[in-house]
Design a protein around this ligand. Structure first.
Ligand code: APR
Length: 255
């Protein structure tokens, strides 16, 4: 077993307070495209169709939505349908099992696909989720179903509803963010998996944990701006790296 993996496993086995920050890479094995890196949504691609060459600023901002709500909803409905028809992968299940066995384990995700919840876990969604719409007037959350009409309307007050996600330039849900801050500030071990670490304030959670003395583990096939902070970096995909890291299969070095 690589030395880093042994050390990381030992830190996790000894920890009673663990905080996890997940990014789009966690769902890559479920067929959900990432945003950056190889094949990412924000990367120009000759294979992309309707949204070819569109940038996040033209799809994932309040201004884009005001300018062309139908285009934005069409993009989100496409992503909703992909996520609804996807399945959680072994990495999602490995994190759910970690949360079930560690006394305090916060799963904080930047993902909006709902897959970690479907794997059975309590999840802090920093960026909202694709599974619901949010009324532009009363903020009621309405569950979306495959084939929903664009735009959806609020079942409570009848106003138009928007995607229930946090757009660039918008604030994160306050209570969720404060709970995530507390989890990383108090973590003994912080695990960062499948995120490019370039979007704030989510990326700052890793630094917060490190400043608080946490043992920091990164799982990512590529280097990120967070890699230099990590005590152990596993250059692997989530489905390759998480099960052996989190599984009970290998004994700890003194086990
Ligand atoms: N397993 C683990 N990591 C992977 C895998 C994989 N199979 N495939 C790719 N990665 C890594 C990439 O190397 C990259 O570092 O996942 C990361 C994905 O980065 P992004 O696409 O930037 O996703 P994320 O970090 O979650 O983006 C943050 O940006 O666009 C906004 O709101 C959106 O929540 C998103 C935020």
């Amino acid at each position: 077993m690589p030395s880093g993996l042994t050390e990381a496993k030992a830190a996790l086995l000894a920890a009673s307070r663990v905080a996890v920050l997940a990014g789009a890479g966690l769902s890559a094995a479920s067929g959900i495209p990432t945003f950056r890196g190889q094949g990412g949504l924000w990367r120009p691609s000759e294979t992309r169709t309707l949204f070819e060459g569109l940038r996040p600023e033209s799809l994932a901002t309040p201004e884009a939505y005001r300018r062309d709500p139908e285009l934005v909803w069409t993009w989100y409905r496409q992503r909703f349908e992909l996520a609804a028809q996807a399945e959680p992968n072994p990495a999602h299940y490995a994190l759910a099992e970690l949360q079930a066995r560690v006394a305090e384990c916060s799963l904080v995700t930047q993902n909006v696909d709902g897959l970690q919840q479907r794997a059975g876990a309590r999840v802090l969604e920093l960026h909202g989720n694709l599974t619901h719409s949010r009324c532009e007037c009363c903020e009621h959350l309405g569950p979306l179903a495959l084939g929903f009409a664009i735009p959806p309307y609020c079942s409570r007050c009848g106003h138009r509803a928007r995607p229930n996600v946090v757009w660039f330039g918008e604030l994160l849900p306050q209570a969720v963010w404060e709970e995530a801050l507390a989890a990383f500030a108090q973590a003994e071990v912080a695990l960062v998996v499948g995120t490019s670490g370039v979007v704030e304030p989510a990326a700052s959670l890793a630094r917060l944990a490190k400043d608080g003395g946490a043992f920091l583990i990164e799982v990512n096939p590529e280097a990120t701006p967070l890699s230099h902070l990590a005590d152990v970096t596993l250059r692997a995909s989530a489905v390759e790296g998480l099960p052996p890291l989190l599984g009970k299969g290998h004994a700890a070095p003194n086990g």
